[in-house]
Design a protein around this ligand. Structure first.
Ligand code: URA
Length: 197
């Protein structure tokens, strides 16, 4: 097992037993996250939907299939990125996660990020973006620049579900993913040139 997976596994085990909010009563599986830190990019979505709840894996439904296509067009292998959500259990009926649910779940995402030490974060949608960077700006203002969460370069882009509803957003989302990849590649090149401590 890779070092990062080994370090994540006790946190995942703790999440699997979590009953700290009402979502525990209706979930089938805790959707902790999946993938690897190889590319240095961590994608953060909002919360699992029905397919994710059934399989225990993030982004495996229609939004996930679109994310897969966007990653492929960006030249990123899904197995090289880590994908997780702000909230680890499915809100019933796919309602938005409540603020108190995101607050209760936050230690899991914080622990994931501290363990994975991503080079770049990519927030999928406003919910994840606001978790990282509280504020009121709309996505149209947040995307297209490099933001920062705890000194980690952060790209905000449209949630795949929003792109499914408004396919015109796809070109910008693709540009955002390409920027995230270029940033991560640049940082990796500096690390290997300058030595990482
Ligand atoms: N939407 C999300 O935000 N996360 C998932 O895992 C699936 C759909």
């Amino acid at each position: 097992m890779a070092a990062v997976e080994a370090a994540l596994s006790p946190i995942a085990a703790q999440a699997a037993r979590c009953t700290a909010c009402v979502l525990a009563e209706t979930r089938t599986n805790v959707v902790f996250g999946s993938g690897s830190a190889r590319s240095g990019i961590v994608f953060i979505g909002e919360a699992p939907g029905a397919n994710e709840d059934a399989q225990g894996l993030p982004f495996v439904g229609r939004s996930g299939q679109l994310l897969d296509r966007l990653l492929a067009e960006t030249g990123i292998a899904r197995s090289d990125v880590y994908i997780c959500n702000v909230v680890k259990c499915r809100p019933p009926g796919n309602r938005d996660p409540r603020p108190e649910e995101a607050v209760t779940c936050a230690p899991f995402l914080r622990a994931q990020l501290e363990t994975l030490k991503p080079r770049v974060l990519c927030a999928l949608g406003l919910h994840a973006t606001r978790w990282l960077l509280p504020g009121k700006e709309p996505m149209a203002k947040l995307r297209g620049r490099v933001l920062e969460y705890r000194a980690i370069p952060t790209i905000a882009t449209y949630h795949p579900a929003a792109i499914l509803r408004s396919p015109g957003l796809k070109a910008n989302a693709l540009a955002d993913l390409k920027r995230a990849r270029a940033l991560a590649d640049d940082i990796a090149a500096h690390e290997s040139g300058g030595g990482r401590h």
